[in-house]
Design a protein around this ligand. Structure first.
Ligand code: SF4
Length: 343
């Protein structure tokens, strides 16, 4: 698929590009943001995107067009509705037109990552322009990865802007910033910024958690197998690791929760539940289903967390895959039971 990705700035592009690339789509970044004010801010955002595009080796096109006067003329009579009536429209229309004229078969926008934008209006407009220009609009609710993308951008030292872009948003960032609430997808919430609990993906030395993972899966050999390609998530309470989970990809639609453990002193506080909710939100953009294999004793716990569809039983799993006898409480484990939840 040849996708032209209208890009408002480097930090917002991080999660969108990562997600598209994970789906096997290589986007071309398209810079067209004529109303960013003042000009120095426009330059800072544009130049940062140039650097970032080089860094991640993504193809990028820059339409240099600084249009402050044009913007002011067009929005002055209805400042309240400037985003929908003008700002989104000129960006997306320009992207759709450029894509159509230059052999792309689809277009999209990084504006879809921001919980501070009018998400539904952007989606609707993209779909309308798609029909008008005879080209596909690739819609994704990138908002679920907003915080992850911003954190990565900060780690990379990308230029982080303090307001949306235009002169009026600059003014309101000083006057009303605390009143602007993020608009998130249904059932999704960001953990508070100043928080004792943080969940994040661990990318460094995954093996450092092996002792904790052994509490749920006594075979080091098995853990090493799935740890190699698995995503490891850590829930920290203050500075301590309270809960850990490992998730692997099974196929294009399905991920498997391979291991989840809450440290003894943190049990009974709902941390596993929080972790499972976080994982579901994290994967629901790219996958349809999450499965988990469990011993008989733990089936009620997983069913309560939404894994309510029985998938299969693997007979003698614990006998054939573990050298030692596996016990769950008083029960001698023999078969593995698989349940799934829709994401
Ligand atoms: S607030 Fe942001 S989206 Fe709205 S008009 Fe200004 S720059 Fe565009």
């Amino acid at each position: 698929m040849k996708l032209l990705l209208h890009t408002c700035c480097a930090p917002c592009s991080v999660y969108c590009i990562d997600t598209l690339r994970n789906e096997g789509i290589e986007p071309t970044v398209y810079w067209f943001n004529p109303n960013i004010h003042p000009y120095k801010e426009y330059e800072a955002r544009r130049d940062c995107l140039k650097e970032y595009a080089k860094l991640i080796n993504v193809n990028a096109i820059f339409e240099d067009n600084y249009g402050l006067k044009e913007f002011c003329k067009n929005v002055i009579d209805d400042l309240e509705n400037r985003c929908i009536n003008y700002c989104y429209k000129i960006r997306l229309e320009q992207a759709a037109k450029y894509a159509k004229e230059n052999g792309y078969d689809s277009f999209s926008t990084t504006l879809l990552v921001s919980p501070y934008q009018k998400h539904e209006a952007i989606k609707e407009l993209g779909e309308k322009l798609a029909k008008q220009y005879g080209i596909e609009f690739i819609y994704r609710d990138f908002r679920v990865g907003f915080r992850e993308g911003q954190e990565k951008a900060r780690e990379l030292g990308l230029y982080m802007q303090k307001y949306c872009g235009c002169i009026f948003s600059e003014e309101s960032s000083f006057l009303t910033h605390s009143n602007i609430k993020p608009n998130l997808p249904d059932g999704f919430e960001f953990l508070p910024v100043k928080r004792n609990i943080i969940i994040n993906k661990e990318k460094k030395d995954k093996k450092q958690y092996i002792n904790l993972l052994l509490e749920a899966d006594p075979s080091e050999k098995m853990i090493e197998k799935y740890l190699k390609d698995g995503d490891v998530f850590i829930l920290r309470y203050k500075d301590d690791v309270a809960c850990i989970a490992v998730v692997t990809k099974l196929d294009n639609d399905t991920v498997e929760l391979k291991n989840i453990v809450t440290k003894e002193e943190f049990r009974g506080k709902g941390y596993s539940k929080k972790m499972i909710k976080y994982l579901a939100d994290n994967y629901k953009q790219r996958y349809k289903k999450m499965i988990v294999g469990t011993t008989e004793n733990n089936i009620p716990f997983y069913v309560k967390q939404g894994f309510d569809k029985y998938e299969k039983t693997v007979k003698n799993f614990f006998i054939e895959n573990y050298e030692e006898e596996i016990k769950d409480g008083d029960i001698h484990c023999i078969d593995m039971y698989y349940y799934s939840k829709d994401l």
